[in-house]
Design a protein around this ligand. Structure first.
Ligand SMILES: *[C@@H]1O[C@H](CO)[C@@H](O)[C@H](O)[C@H]1NC(C)=O
Length: 316
């Protein structure tokens, strides 16, 4: 797919959708996986940040990945940490989503996939790269792959563990295995087999940050509900929709999808937004302009395709 710039962007978008279910942090995927790839592709094509050459390749690839990341995160329950938090908060208000992973995926699939397929193409028209063909990219990738050598034992263990974790997240409900137990099992396997050591875990600063915040938020939201108040914006909106008679599962899911979908609106609307903006390939006016137009398109696709699809699935 790497021969043209559009193909490159589709390749990156599809890769993100594939690893998203096993990597529950949009920011980590942005900073740890995709931004480094985009930077090295752009630099090798002579496209530098904060320089007129940024428009050659880098700004388009960054913007396209940034816009599609939110749609990948909305596609899978385990693609972003706040997704699980939302369902937990919904539970506190009495909305139980049964077999959550599958229900989530089913309801998100059509609108999210439509959006993922549209994003690189829409941006290609709206915010075109100056370099349209990248004939050297596949050859460069092949050379780099050869340089990296065959897949190591640790890498196979990692692949196996990810597959195990995702299967248990999908079927866990039927087997009676909670998603937290699955996550801990995966981590234990990586630690026992030496893929990670405890120092690696300690140095994951942003993961500890997320853990501490979410623990506090879930606890607080639960307490506030018990005391008769609502804990967070999500709970407030959900309670309002329930009171207005919106079916519980539909309201819980649609609101949860939206926590991902606003993430590409500005350079501070999500963790990954800061990461992508920080790379210096996209100017601030462009962030707002493209963010606004894409948000309108997004609302239309999710509104129209979603409304049709959720009716079809019998959610309302
Ligand atoms: C999701 O896809 C749509 C359609 O291409 C796009 O408008 C939107 O900006 C995308 N990203 C996010 C985070 O919503």
């Amino acid at each position: 797919m790497g021969r043209s710039t559009l193909g490159l962007s589709y390749g990156l978008t599809i890769s993100e959708a594939l690893i998203a279910p096993a990597m529950p942090s949009t920011t980590a995927r942005a900073g740890g996986v995709f931004l480094p790839i985009i930077q090295s592709l752009s630099l090798s094509a002579g496209s530098k940040p904060g320089h007129p050459s940024a428009k050659k390749l880098g700004s388009y690839l960054v913007q396209s990945q940034f816009q599609s990341a939110g749609n990948s995160s909305a596609l899978f329950l385990t693609a972003a940490a706040q997704n699980l938090l939302c369902l937990k908060l919904a539970e506190e208000l009495g909305v139980i989503v049964s077999s959550p992973w599958v229900t989530w995926f089913k309801a998100a699939s059509l609108p999210a996939i439509a959006c993922l397929l549209a994003t690189p193409l829409v941006l290609y028209k709206l915010y075109p790269p100056e370099t349209k063909d990248t004939p050297d990219a596949p050859a460069m990738a092949a050379k780099k792959l050869e340089h990296m050598g065959p897949v190591t034992r640790y890498e196979w263990v990692m692949v196996g563990t990810m597959l195990l974790a995702v299967s248990l997240w999908v079927f866990g409900d039927a087997l009676g295995i909670a998603s937290v137990v699955t996550a801990m099992t995966g981590l234990s396997i990586l630690l026992l087999l030496g893929v990670l050591d405890w120092d690696d875990c300690l140095s994951e600063k942003s993961a500890w940050d997320t853990l501490a915040w979410f623990a506090v938020l879930v606890g607080m939201a639960g307490q506030l509900t018990n005391l008769g108040h609502v804990g967070a914006l999500y709970s407030a909106f959900l309670a309002m929709q329930l009171a207005a008679g919106v079916p519980g599962v539909l309201a819980a899911l649609a609101l949860a999808y939206n926590t991902n979908l606003f993430g590409a609106l500005t350079h501070y609307s999500s963790g990954q937004a800061a990461v992508y903006f920080g790379a210096g390939y996209v100017d601030l006016p462009d962030v707002f302009k493209v963010g606004f137009i894409m948000a309108v398109i997004n609302t239309i696709i999710w509104g129209v395709v979603g409304a049709f699809w959720w009716k079809f699935l019998g959610l309302y």
